[in-house]
Design a binder for this molecule. Sequence first.
Ligand SMILES: [Zn+2]
Length: 500
Amino acid sequence: MNPNPVSEAVKRVLTLIPSLAAAGLLAALLAGCAKNPATGGTTFTGGLSQADEIQMGRQNHPKIIKEFGGEYGTPELKRYVDGIGQLLAKTSERSDLQFKFTVLNSDIINAFATPGGYVYITRGLMALADNEAQLAGVLAHEIGHITALHHARRHGQSLLANIGLAAVGILAGRQAAQVGQLGAVSLLQSFSRDNEYEADGLGVRYLSRAGFDPAAMAGFLAKLRADTRLTALRRGESPDTVDQFNYLATHPAPAARVKRATALARQTNVRNPMTAKDIYLSKLDGLLYGGDPAEGFIRGQDFLHPKLRFAFSVPTGFHLMNSSKAVLAFGPNKSRIIFDRASKPADGSMEYYLSRIWGGKMRLRDLETIRVNGLDAATATTQIRTSNGTFDARLTAYRIDTQTIYRMIFLTTGADTKGLATGLRRTTYSFRTLSPAEASRLRPLVLRIITARRGDTVESLARRLPYSDYKVERFEVLNGISRKDRLRPGQKLKLVVTAN
Ligand SMILES: [Zn+2]
């Protein structure tokens, strides 16, 4: 959550499903085809010229940077990523296009491209990749979407204009599950399965032309799958669902994608393929990991915002997620907690705010004024109809000062409304402000690159992670290794530590 008040977050959460459906229906039927530079075939472009493409990419660039927490990295890191991207782009069929590679300050693992040669990766993705070749694989996949004109083919110009942001993600399935709810960007992250496979194939092609290990594409996809499985595990879901999960029936299942990318890599022949592991890891030392202090941290069941100086806790079984607009927590059976800041300051009591402004158009019940850790607050219940069904809702508003009101919504259905009531009540009363001293003690997490010594094991090093659960699993996924693997003395590994 960033310090700017935003009002749209909740609405977006509630309207996700119809929006996604509309995105498909909106696909423009403008005339216009072009020879596809990457595939050689004829591609429906919706009349999108290269100049249009470049303009679209350029227009969206600042919006995307804003949506994803700004650009990330030292000039050295930016040059490093751009250098790898440019090397790959030069091997592509659209080497005349001026590509631009940007690292975004987001811990969500994502990569996407917009028309005109704009490619984005997050610092979260960089932290997951194990070597330069894997990072190159992701960049090459995104270049593939651009060279094969997928944006044009899929959407047509008017759809892109409609949605405003023409971003498309490598991780669409995961995005829908985890963050798709959070913003306009995610609506666009839906290429067809064929497009994804084609981009994987082109990615392998550019990797091998640039001298990288072509198996790194499959290598990164496998890491992605492992990370998604761990997330499912941490949420109390079966990790096997990640391979069944079928995003609008268009996105390839992770396991199938890994298999195909592996087969493609076997068909290529690169002499002395480059992996560049140690160089890559040296660039990651000190990389911000997880939440940015300016946006707030998730620590287990707690959400802490050192900059805005507040904190609250969610019940066990809820999985917190942060975005620039709101904090979400996903609980059992579609139950949700949505936390945000009122978009406009309002005078009067919190009861007045809740009944007349925020809940002005809802039929509220059980409206009451409460005190929460010294703050004025009001709470009420109602029912909210969404595309996902009808929910029992509890709304709570907290006044910090004349300019600032925070809001919490619990959405539950059926028996959960009663079953979760005690835990959610605790959450209502857990909201509190942080003193400047408390806030200044909250340190972000960073990656440290460590060197294994004789006697170190995956399990012994995993113990040093600053988490209370799944330490070994997290260490395995972070480093792309298994607890059965023997560590070599001198081997470089990633560790997450609290910044000092
Ligand atoms: Zn893709």
